[in-house]
Design a protein around this ligand. Structure first.
Ligand code: AMP
Ligand code: TRP
Length: 348
């Protein structure tokens, strides 16, 4: 018999989020995600953070690099302030509930829903979609499984993940409806702060991304102070000084991006940054931004490098996180199998 299921009002607040270890983490990941993961942990809510290695392989990953990048991302989380005792930190492939629930959601979600995802459309634009992996197409269904395997209620992400979270809600609603239960919560995206969409340093209309072919387009969490300063000095801008009001940034994507980065790094609003730098030339603003970026990022990079000296310790932390994650996800998954009608009779 199906266990009596909880109604959505009774779901305990629980935060889940993930980052792909498909390259080195960028300033975009830091400001849009990591920095806010730390804030949520420090607010005392239960926090579960996952390096989604199974999402990473939806496009080709060199195995040795994937392993290295997973450890490096874990080191970045810890260096940025994630405490593996207070938060659960692990890599996705060590908790099989993700893949198992992902399959069930593949049978709940509709092809049309996946085909409408802008990320899928962007990734296949101008390419032969027929040659992409089936996993890339089903990516959002596995993402829904990541979150709902814990019945997480809140998901801090950058702006680009909004549509995927709407799809997670649709999957939860359809599952609940099809099976006549109130089993999964309808998750809340948390998209907040001054830098929910950090743009490329070379093109203010493109997202800063770990997969951009130009390294100059992004700041990596592994960049040295000199490299950070040089990338900011060379960042694309326009010839105008900074305006004295936010409205003046409307049609200036590159200038707006640098102001938003300054705001997010300093913890002030973009309005305050504009107030403080009204009329300043980029010759003044960029060095101030470079100093701030170095001051905020250098301690993280140094700590990351120190942690990377001991990969066995990182693996131990990820393994311990996986055991704790599994202890939450497994009973939820067993209930899901029961709701769906699978016979579960294997002796334990
Ligand atoms: P990904 O690198 O695609 O796995 O993204 C991991 C997290 O970082 C997600 O919450 C993204 O929304 C966030 N993120 C990635 N790039 C950016 C960016 N340029 N600006 C803000 N957030 C970002
Ligand atoms: N799709 C997310 C990204 O590329 C990564 C991700 C996978 C994720 N599973 C998740 C984010 C679950 C939040 C919750 O940014």
């Amino acid at each position: 018999m199906t266990e009596p299921v909880q109604t959505p009002q009774t779901f305990a607040p629980r935060i889940f989020s993930g980052i792909q270890p498909s390259g080195g983490l960028t300033l975009g990941n830091y400001l849009g995600a990591l920095k806010r993961f730390v804030e949520k942990q420090d607010e005392g809510i239960e926090t579960i953070y996952c390096l989604v290695d199974m999402h990473a392989i939806t496009v080709w990953q060199d195995p040795a690099k994937l392993r290295q990048q997973t450890r490096e991302a874990a080191a970045a989380f810890i260096a940025a302030g994630i405490d593996p005792k207070r938060s659960i930190l692990f890599n996705q492939s060590q908790v099989s509930a993700h893949a198992e629930l992902g399959w069930i959601f593949n049978c709940v979600a509709r092809m049309g829903w996946m085909g409408r995802m802008t990320q899928w459309k962007d990734k296949t634009a101008g390419k032969n979609a027929e040659a992409e992996s089936l996993g890339l197409f089903a990516y959002p269904s596995l993402m829904a499984a990541d979150i709902l395997a814990y019945r997480a209620t809140m998901v801090p992400v950058g702006e680009d993940q909004k549509q995927h979270l709407e799809l997670t809600r649709d999957i939860a609603i359809k599952f609940n409806h099809d099976y006549g239960v109130s089993f999964f919560p309808v998750v809340e995206p948390i998209i907040e702060g001054a830098a929910t969409r950090v743009m490329s340093l070379r093109d203010g209309t493109k997202k800063m991304s770990k997969s951009d072919p130009s390294d100059q387009s992004r700041i990596n969490l592994t960049d040295t102070a000199d490299v950070i300063a040089q990338k900011i000095r060379k960042a694309k801008t326009d010839p105008e000084p900074l305006p004295d009001h936010l409205d003046g940034l409307k049609d200036r994507p590159e200038a707006r991006n640098l102001v938003n980065i300054y705001a997010a790094l300093s913890g002030h609003s973009a309005a305050k940054v504009i107030h403080d730098f009204a009329g300043a030339q980029f010759g003044t603003f960029k060095p101030a931004l470079a100093d701030l970026a170095v001051a905020k990022l250098e301690p993280i990079t140094t700590e990351m490098n120190r942690l990377m000296q001991d990969p066995a310790e990182i693996d131990r932390i990820l393994g311990e996180g996986a055991v704790r994650a599994d202890a939450i996800a497994r009973p939820i998954l067993e209930q899901v199998y029961d709701i769906v009608g699978m016979v579960r009779s294997r002796p334990v």
